[in-house]
Write a protein that binds this ligand. Structure first.
Ligand code: NAD
Length: 258
C-alpha cells in the first residue's frame, strides 16, 4: 500500500471482530494511519494477540456484540481510556452452512444477532461519542451475499441484505449529525473461516484451484484489499459518501454463469 496515504478518521476507531481476518486487517490499517484503535472481540486470545501484534495505539476489549449491556460497558471504557469513538467498523460476523428446512429458530436468532442486530446496537452506543466529536463514520461489513447468494448458506444472505437496509436507514438518520454510514460487500476473502473450510476438503489444492477458477480475476481477495476500502470510507476523504454499498469482489457480482 505504498504511495497512498489514508488519513486517520476522527477520534478512536472501534473495530468489532478485530481479532481476526478482515477486522484485524482493518485495525492494522487504521492504526498505521495514526488513529487509536479499540479491537472489540468475544475471542479474548485472538483479540489480545492482535492488539499485541499491531502494537502502540491499539487496545483490546472483550465483548460479545450480541449482548447490549456488554456493548454499553465496553464503549464507555473505550471513551474513558482511548478517547471518544469517531469511527465504528461493524465487522464481527458469523457464517452458517444451513438449510431453511432444518435450521432451528435459535440458529436463525444467533446469526441475526451477530450479523445484523449488533451493528445497530454498536451504532446506538457510540452515537453520543460521535456527536461529541462533531461527527464520524460507520462502516458496515456486509457481503456479496447481500446481492447474490448460493444454496446451503441460509440465512446469511437475509442478514447481509438487511445490513444494506440498516446502512441506508442509519445514513439518513445520522446525516445531519455529520455521521456517514456505508457498507462494504466483499466477495471471497482469504480469512481463517475460508482457510479452514477449503483446507479441510479432501483435496485442498484442487478445492482452492476450483475456487480461483470461478473468480473473474483468477484469485480471491486478501483481507488488506477489503481493509483499504473500509479505511477510505472511514476517512474524511470519503466526505460525501454516505448510504452507499461498495462491492469489493473482484468482479464476481458483475458476472452470471450458464
Ligand atoms: P473471522 O472469523 O476471521 O473474524 C470474525 C471475528 O468476529 C472473529 O474474531 C470472531 O471472534 C468475532 N466475532 C464473532 N462473533 C462475535 C460476537 N458475538 N462478538 C464479538 N466478536 C465476535 O471472519 P472474517 O472472514 O474476517 O469475516 C469478517 C466479516 O466479513 C464478517 O462480517 C463476514 O460476514 C464478512 N465477510 C467475509 C467474507 C470472507 O470471504 N471471509 C466475505 C464477505 C463478507
Amino acid at each position: 500500500m505504498s504511495g497512498w496515504h489514508i488519513p486517520p478518521g476522527p477520534g478512536t476507531a472501534l473495530v468489532t471482530g478485530g481479532g481476526s481476518g478482515i477486522g484485524l486487517a482493518i485495525a492494522r490499517m487504521l492504526a498505521a494511519a495514526g488513529q487509536p484503535v479499540a479491537i472489540v472481540d468475544r475471542d479474548e486470545q485472538a483479540g489480545l494477540q492482535a492488539a499485541d501484534h499491531i502494537g502502540a495505539g491499539v487496545a483490546f476489549y472483550r465483548c460479545d456484540v450480541t449482548v447490549e449491556r456488554e456493548i454499553a460497558d465496553v464503549t464507555r471504557a473505550i471513551a474513558a481510556e482511548l478517547g471518544p469513538v469517531g469511527v465504528l467498523v461493524n465487522n464481527a460476523g458469523v457464517g452458517l452452512l444451513a438449510s431453511p428446512m432444518t435450521l432451528s429458530a435459535q440458529g436463525w436468532d444467533h446469526l441475526f444477532d451477530v450479523d445484523l442486530k449488533s451493528l445497530w446496537l454498536c451504532a446506538k452506543h457510540v452515537n453520543d461519542q460521535q456527536r461529541s466529536l462533531g461527527g464520524g463514520a460507520i462502516v458496515n461489513i456486509a457481503s456479496i451475499h447481500a446481492h447474490l447468494t448460493r444454496r446451503g448458506t441460509f440465512p446469511y444472505a437475509a442478514a447481509k441484505a438487511g445490513v444494506l437496509g440498516l446502512t441506508r436507514s442509519l445514513a439518513l438518520e445520522l446525516a445531519s449529525a455529520h455521521i456517514r454510514v456505508n457498507a462494504v460487500c466483499p466477495g471471497y476473502v482469504r480469512t481463517p473461516p475460508m482457510i479452514e473450510q477449503y483446507d479441510n476438503q479432501a483435496d485442498p489444492d484442487r478445492a482452492w484451484g476450483l475456487l480461483a477458477a470461478t473468480q473473474p480475476m483468477g484469485r480471491i481477495a486478501e483481507p488488506q484489499e477489503i481493509a483499504t476500502v473500509a479505511a477510505f470510507l472511514a476517512s474524511d476523504r470519503a466526505s460525501f459518501v454516505t448510504g452507499a454499498a461498495w462491492n469489493v469482489d473482484g468482479g464476481l457480482s458483475a458476472e452470471f454463469t450458464h
